[in-house]
Design a protein around this ligand. Structure first.
Ligand SMILES: [Zn+2]
Length: 256
């Protein structure tokens, strides 16, 4: 049985609704904390057309979520961004300005301001989320050690504004859920007690647990609607994972 297909995503959406969870965007969560909810976040790292498909599926179920777009040429597609916004979903800025400026904080904050302006020509942006490039030595959210995103009309950043001691964090990083071996940067500090690997595990968890708040991070490019693309994605993912495992090992030995 294939996992990480749009059919499986449909099943996940149906489970969220059937289990009585309220689905919320990051913005709604931060503005109006719900008791029992699933915060859904999509980092659009590549293949924005997959984000479009996911947003259409969510629309069918009445599910709310946030799509964080990078500003790279292949991702920053205004027609797709505006179409997803028109479906009622939140659009956020997936920033990587410390990577782009090679750690120059002054240049990075200027770039941040300019890129944010590009988004705001299309839609209201109230939340941002860092992109974690495993091959870069910078961590983009470190920008906020020097600056305050509230000065830019931003109300939150999922890595900084959500308390993962209270919210269970589930991410599809590395062809599996919460696969920390492969996710160098898409991790949060809290230790998840749940060992989930397949989307069916996430579905079981939603059906059987009475958890208050859950954050789901799903990368649209990892969810495919045909086998050819899925197979290609797996190959590509495996290639990248080999590289990432090497980096984790290197970092470990470096710090030990
Ligand atoms: Zn990303």
């Amino acid at each position: 049985m294939l996992d990480f297909t749009l059919d499986k995503y449909i099943e996940l959406c149906k489970t969220i609704i059937d289990s009585g969870y309220t689905s919320v965007s990051v913005r709604t969560y931060l503005e109006d904390r719900q008791n029992r909810c699933v915060v859904i976040r999509h980092d659009v790292d590549r293949k924005p057309e997959h984000a479009m498909k996911m947003a259409e599926i969510e629309k069918e179920f009445g599910i709310n979520s946030t799509y964080y777009f990078r500003t790279t040429a292949s991702v920053f597609k205004s027609d797709i961004i505006m179409a997803i916004n028109n479906l009622g979903q939140e659009i956020g800025y997936h920033y990587e300005v410390l990577d782009k400026t090679k750690g120059d904080f002054e240049e990075a904050i200027k770039l941040f301001e300019n890129e944010l302006k590009e988004f705001r020509k299309m839609c209201d942006v109230k939340t941002i989320c860092m992109h974690g490039n495993p091959l870069s030595k910078w961590v983009n959210k470190d920008l906020w050690n020097e600056y305050d995103f509230r000065d830019f009309g931003i109300i939150g950043e999922p890595y900084l504004s959500i308390d993962y001691e209270k919210v269970l964090y589930l991410t599809d990083t590395g062809r599996g859920w919460n696969n920390t071996r492969y996710s160098v940067k898409d991790t949060v500090d809290a230790d998840s007690v749940y060992r989930v690997k397949y989307t069916d595990d996430v579905i079981d968890l939603l059906k059987n647990e009475t958890l208050g708040q859950i954050c789901i991070s799903a990368h649209p490019e990892r969810w495919s609607d045909n086998f050819g693309s899925w197979l290609w994605d797996m190959v590509w993912q495996n290639v990248k994972n080999v590289g990432k495992a090497g980096i984790v090992k290197y970092r470990k030995s470096f710090h030990d």
